[in-house]
Design a protein around this ligand. Sequence first.
Ligand code: NI
Length: 138
Amino acid sequence: MPMVIRFGVSMEESLLSRFDALISSKGYASRSEAIRDLVREELVRQEWLEGEEVAGTITFVYDHHTRELAHKLLAVQHDAGRNIIASQHVHLDHHNCLEVLVVKGKPKEVQRLAGRIKAARGVKHCLLSMTTTGKHVP
Ligand code: NI
């Protein structure tokens, strides 16, 4: 078990009551657990920005009837082939497709790929999720 250290945090009452309401709505059992998650998330974000090799997923939804869009999205993915480890395509309904790409590489490469997908006309939503192996995040 790693050593756990208790420390005090000071903040304005109004800020704390908003924080309590937020973590209660998210189902956290304690402020400590919520603060630990916030710290981990920020460390992951920093690791991403400074990292040599990062991993994550790009999830996006688009209407495959939009002219040339499916071809364009395929071309973008072929251009970034070395960053895409795996992909999954789901036909959500008659119009909409959902794709998930598992990605890795330099932060700038992965962000550029997500940006190109997001910018394609007809893509309704695109989310880049950054994750880590936890090497630097306890
Ligand atoms: Ni489809």
